[in-house]
Design a protein around this ligand. Structure first.
Ligand code: NAX
Length: 325
């Protein structure tokens, strides 16, 4: 019998949590032969709500779900955790500046980073979803100095998935025809969705679609899709974000072969990005949390400019919370 994986999810009573937990328990991430134990973290006022989520998970009688635990203490919720989804954080409120959000949420990731180092399993692998996710990931990583840096990652897969869907819709093909659609940089409005290196049906996207649309509306749509969803739904993306988190962790666990995916990971100096900046790169996953950053992808002047803008934003974000690392 395969040993259950211990999977911790923070913000478990939130919108993304409500979708994510059921996908994990159904086996969508770790496969149909891998049992899991869910370890949910919430803040004290949400303990009643998380108890309700635990009851519903119970009621679904998932064959792969071998245990459900919840706590308001990260040192309990992360105990022996192999896989950790850092989702919980405060959403941006009306009129709030990005720098205010960073200051507000940053301290959460100090305590959680320390708890990961103190109690998580030795093979722990982390995805950070809570925004600003690159910088929150950087804070957690720096507060867990004994855990190898490469185990800390942040999510740009939702942006990639959105870009893949936009290209497929525009070209009138299925999403499976689109490959190498990489998001570079920060999960924010400065991210660079790199259509130049993407292919549709094996040929460059730029040779099949109008370049003015690609440089203009396409990039703008991906950068602002989150706001569009809020406008339409009255709430921020939740099920699509949970789905992207499953994609990110499933690929990291099972490997991607030759396929490239977007993951925000600590730079090893790649493409001139300063070491340990959590930057979204093209990655190939080798399984069980192993991955390599794909080097040698080329950019034209347009791409280089976008790359520099998103890197500058990340550097600025880090300076706002430098006291937390
Ligand atoms: P919700 O407000 O519905 O849920 C967040 C949950 O986190 C709440 O239940 C809250 O009690 C809990 N929480 C707050 N502080 C916590 C702490 N210290 N420890 C544990 N739990 C804590 O937000 P939801 O829609 O689920 O979004 C969660 C986060 O994902 C937000 O920061 C959001 O901005 C971010 N997103 C990131 C995306 C990405 O692509 N990286 C896309 C979707 C989403 O916007």
């Amino acid at each position: 019998m395969t040993q259950p994986l211990r999977v911790a999810v923070t913000g478990a009573a939130g919108n993304i949590g409500y979708s994510l937990l059921f996908r994990l328990a159904a086996g969508d991430c770790y496969g149909p032969d891998q049992p899991i134990i869910l370890q949910m973290l919430e803040i004290p006022p949400a303990m009643k709500a998380v108890e309700g989520v635990a009851m519903e998970l119970d009621d679904a009688a998932f064959p792969l779900l071998h245990g459900i635990e919840f706590s308001d203490d990260p040192n309990v919720a992360f105990k022996d955790a192999n896989q950790i989804f850092l989702v919980g954080s405060k959403p941006r409120s009306k009129g709030m500046e990005r720098s205010d959000l960073i200051r507000e949420n940053g301290p959460i990731f100090v305590g959680q980073g320390k708890a990961i180092q103190a109690v998580a399993a030795s093979d722990v692998f982390v995805i950070t979803v809570g925004n600003p996710c690159n910088t929150n990931c950087w804070i957690a990583m720096n507060n867990a100095p004994d855990v190898p840096n490469e185990r800390f990652t942040a999510m740009t897969r939702l942006d990639e998935n959105r870009a893949v869907a936009q290209l497929a819709n525009k070209a009138g093909v299925q999403t499976t025809e689109v490959a190498d659609m990489i998001i570079w940089g920060n999960h924010s409005a400065t991210q660079f969705p790199d259509y130049k290196n993407a292919t549709i049906g094996g040929t460059p996207a730029a040779s099949r679609l109008d370049e003015a649309w690609l440089q203009g509306d396409f990039i703008k749509t991906i950068q602002q899709r989150g706001a569009q969803i809020i406008e339409a739904r009255g709430a921020s993306s939740a099920a699509s974000a949970a789905s992207a988190a499953v994609d990110h962790m499933r690929d990291a666990w099972h490997g991607t072969g030759d396929r490239m995916v977007s993951m925000a990971v600590p730079s090893r100096g790649n493409y001139g990005v300063p070491e340990n900046t959590i930057f979204s790169f093209a990655c190939r996953c080798t399984g069980r949390g192993g991955y390599e950053i794909v080097d040698g992808i080329e950019f034209d002047a347009f791409g280089r400019d976008k790359f520099a803008t998103t890197l500058a934003e990340l550097t600025e974000e880090a300076s706002v919370v430098s006291d937390l690392v």
